[in-house]
Design a binder for this molecule. Structure first.
Ligand SMILES: Nc1nc2c(ncn2[C@@H]2O[C@H](COP(=O)(O)OP(=O)(O)OP(=O)(O)O)[C@@H](O)[C@H]2O)c(=O)[nH]1
Ligand SMILES: [Mg+2]
Ligand SMILES: [Mg+2]
Ligand SMILES: [Zn+2]
Length: 405
């Protein structure tokens, strides 16, 4: 279930000049940082940060600030934290007191500040967010800058890891009790990512042309997600009215099924059904998503097939390769629908996850279009697992096939 109000409290707090706490993921640093938009720095707040968080005092900034202030990054930081040289504001003395670190932090968030306003080295460590934000790097720096941007604040944030009494940075209970004691909202980098994926377009239209096919004449569009580099195809009828309900199929690419007509899955049957449906019905849209093998990619899907030959089902095979059951998401499809101004659809799918995701995102699903599927000895187990484990509502064509499951 997608929480559409994700980050509401967090944004409110940030706008009011208050702290928030951000956890990164367990398989990354597994740490929590205390974050404050740098424009709201005051000696009291910085003193609070130094007393209660106790990690490394940094100010996360975006690339534009780094360029304007000419802050040199002395390390190779392709995937890691892009720390710049340390700075103090020119009007500070030693630079270390809460008053002085507050001054330096606040001036880093001054849009009119210049390089000559700062002394190097100093006692505040700016760190530059990677371009693309949390969609390209899931670090606290990117999260902190992104939170400022989302909250329509200047993209600079004081950021410091929270250490417990013993200096441990992985004590979740300590972080939670601190948050409770001082009423500081907690969020995660995953939540920030979800907010961005829901609220800002993930794809751009790159091109469009006519596409005559053996089924009929359609229009084709190329969409690209510039963060993931994925390219999606969209086919629509030549006359198309997005204000009327649209018959939509969201199809995940399946090279083996769609191209080679593999009998291991139902993908080709579904694709062919829908292309024929498009030829016979008005107002249709096929969104062909570049997420092969439920998102694990072509080579891994073939590896998964090898496991299935040993008797594992399609989800177990994924797990044996170290992946979750299904790595797909439908954010790009959502933004493609929004691009065309579509809000009411009939969806051709058997997958309840697609239905509930789109509904949670405000797309009204008037009707589910069932696609009849023929079972054969090669796709039986695959279809069975989808029905049994993922509650797919598959319309089986032909009689008595279930007895053989
Ligand atoms: N990892 C993995 N992916 C598979 C396997 N078989 C098919 N796929 C991929 O599964 C995706 C299709 O997903 P399905 O779960 O069959 O169906 P769905 O798209 O969720 O549901 P429908 O909307 O009804 O088609 C395509 O990306 C296929 O490449 C398999 O055994 N393992
Ligand atoms: Mg960190
Ligand atoms: Mg399918
Ligand atoms: Zn397939």
């Amino acid at each position: 279930m997608i929480d559409m109000y994700v980050l509401k409290d967090v944004i409110e707090n940030l706008k009011n000049g208050e702290f928030v706490i951000v956890f990164d993921s367990q398989n990354r640093e597994d740490e929590a940082d205390l974050i404050l938009p740098a424009q709201f720095s005051t000696p009291d707040k910085i003193s609070f940060v130094l007393n209660h968080a106790k990690g490394m005092f940094c100010v996360a900034i975006d690339k534009e600030i780094q360029r304007r202030l000419n802050l040199y990054v002395p390390y190779n930081t392709q995937d890691s934290c892009a720390f710049t040289v340390t700075v103090d504001h020119k009007d500070t003395k030693t630079g270390i007191t809460a008053i002085e670190r507050s001054k330096t932090s606040k001036e880093l968030a001054n849009p009119n500040a210049m390089a000559s306003d700062f002394k190097i080295p100093g006692h505040v460590n700016p760190v530059v967010a990677h371009e693309g934000g949390v969609l390209t790097r899931k670090g606290h720096t990117e999260a902190a800058v992104e939170l400022c941007r989302i909250s329509k604040l200047f993209p600079a944030a004081v950021m410091i890891e929270i250490l417990d009494e013993k200096g441990d940075s992985h004590n979740k209970e300590y972080v939670k009790s601190l948050a409770k004691k001082f009423s500081i909202p907690i969020t995660t980098i995953d939540e920030i990512e979800k907010y961005i994926l829901l609220n800002q377009p993930t794809v751009q239209k790159e091109a469009e042309a006519d596409l005559p096919t053996q089924y009929g004449k359609f229009k084709i569009f190329a969409f690209k997600n510039h963060f993931s580099q994925k390219e999606h195809a969209v086919l629509i009828n030549q006359t198309f009215n997005p204000s009327q309900p649209v018959n939509v199929r969201i199809h995940s690419s399946c090279k083996t099924g769609d191209v080679f007509h593999s009998l291991r899955c139902d993908c080709h049957q579904q694709l062919e059904f829908f292309l024929q449906f498009m030829a016979e019905n008005k107002n249709c849209m096929l969104i062909y998503l570049d997420q092969e093998g439920r998102g694990i990619g072509f080579a891994n899907k073939i590896k998964a097939y090898a496991f299935q030959e040993q008797g594992f089902d399609t989800y177990e095979a994924n797990n044996l390769l170290g992946f979750d059951d299904d790595l797909r998401d439908y954010f790009d499809a959502l933004h493609i629908l929004r691009f065309f101004g579509i809000s009411k659809i009939n969806l051709a799918t058997s997958n309840p996850e697609k239905v509930s995701f789109l509904q949670d995102c405000g797309i009204e699903i008037l009707k589910r279009i069932s696609i009849p599927i023929v079972i054969n000895p090669y796709n039986r187990k695959y279809i069975h697992s989808k029905i049994l484990k993922k509650k797919h509502e598959i319309l089986i064509k032909g009689e008595g096939v279930f007895e053989n499951f």
